[in-house]
Design a protein around this ligand. Structure first.
Ligand code: OGA
Ligand code: NI
Length: 350
């Protein structure tokens, strides 16, 4: 049917949860990664802990620690971040509630459009068909600006589902702005600098579900990528799975129930003129336990032009990136696939 074709991949494809619940001993070939991308093929993942920063201290100390973490890892965790811990539990609870509903009910919220803004319940991310699939389902909420927010597209059950996403949106955008402030200060810029450069934020809140996998060594929950926007805040549960790449080695990020994992996206790499970089990360799955995570993306609008910050450009350090429209970068990401950091790397001016 034409309509179904137009609705594209989001609507029609199978969810990983349905595959996982078939009780297969072997995963379908479409989820099998080439040998060099599999979790065990490279050096085995070490447990070296990324920095944990206590935001309650406040002030110059925090920006110094944030700056150090941005240089060393591009990833860190924050505690005492000001987002009520009760809200963290509540968003986990509505996420688990959603994924436990019957498939028919979930499909009422299926994402409808292939392409660059997959709001709703889905599994596939890219436009192209020949991709290896990720062992992950998601539900993506367009939360900011308010003109993108249509709460009728969000699940209505339980009754506090929508208000929880709204509260979470408020709290995480405040936290993202505070963190952009520390990051700006760590570069000697005025605290408001990066927030103003990003402009009116476009925020997506994505609740991910990684079902148990019968052959976790052959696949990935999420392929290696860097986040394309400005700054990402991630809530993990108690099940490890997120790994970050450093000096060509993969490190597992220790789950901390009360912390947000923070990482810079490609737009911060451009804005900081390559002083801070977006960092490759991926998710590995396991044989026994389901894993949930909540990723909040704080990004520029697609129409926003992003360029290296003038104070970070001089004759010793010329601009390493051209100005780009954020929307163009998003379109490339979804059409070609992330393939690690290929898209952002290809923009660097020689
Ligand atoms: C993402 C991401 C990690 C996770 O959604 O971009 O990197 O642990 N998620 O779900
Ligand atoms: Ni990511």
């Amino acid at each position: 049917m034409a309509a179904a074709v137009e609705q594209g991949i989001c609507w029609s494809h199978e969810r990983v949860q349905s595959v996982a619940e078939q009780g297969l001993l072997e995963i379908p070939a479409s989820y099998i990664r080439p040998a060099e991308e599999r979790p065990n093929s490279r050096q085995s993942s070490s447990l070296k802990e990324i920095p944990v920063i206590d935001l309650a201290q406040g002030g110059p100390d925090v920006s110094a620690q944030v700056g150090q973490a941005c240089r060393d890892w591009g990833f860190f965790q924050v505690v005492n971040h000001g987002v009520p811990l009760e809200l963290l539990e509540r968003i986990r609870e509505i996420g688990a509630h959603f994924y436990a509903r019957p498939m028919e009910e979930k499909l009422a919220y299926a994402c409808r459009d292939a392409g660059t803004a997959p709001e709703g319940y889905g599994s596939r991310m890219l436009v192209k068909d020949e991709q290896v699939l990720d062992w992950r389902d998601y539900i993506d909420h367009h939360s900011l600006p308010l003109s993108r927010r249509n709460i009728n597209r969000w699940p209505a059950d339980p009754p506090h589902y929508r208000s929880t996403i709204e509260e979470f949106s408020d709290e995480t955008s405040k936290l993202a702005q505070r963190l952009l402030g520390f990051i700006s200060e760590s570069l000697g810029l005025p605290a408001q600098f990066l927030e103003e450069a990003v402009g009116e934020p476009s925020q997506n809140i994505v609740i991910n579900f990684y079902p148990p996998c019968p052959q976790p060594d052959l696949t990935l929950g999420l392929q290696s990528h860097s986040d394309m926007g400005a700054i990402t805040l991630l809530l993990q549960d108690d099940v490890a799975g997120l790994q970050v790449k450093r000096n060509n080695e993969w490190f597992t990020i220790q789950p901390m129930r009360e912390a947000f994992v923070v990482n810079l996206g490609d737009m911060c790499q451009i804005l900081t003129n390559d002083i801070y970089k977006s960092v490759e990360h991926r998710v590995v799955v396991n044989g026994e336990r389901s894993r949930y995570s909540v990723a909040t993306f704080y990004d520029p609008a697609k129409t926003r032009l992003i360029s290296p910050a003038a104070p970070l450009v001089d004759k010793d350090r010329p601009a390493l990136f051209p100005s780009i429209l954020f929307g163009e970068h998003v379109a490339t990401w979804y059409s070609k696939g992330p393939d690690g950091k290929k898209n952002i790397d290809s923009l660097v001016i020689e």
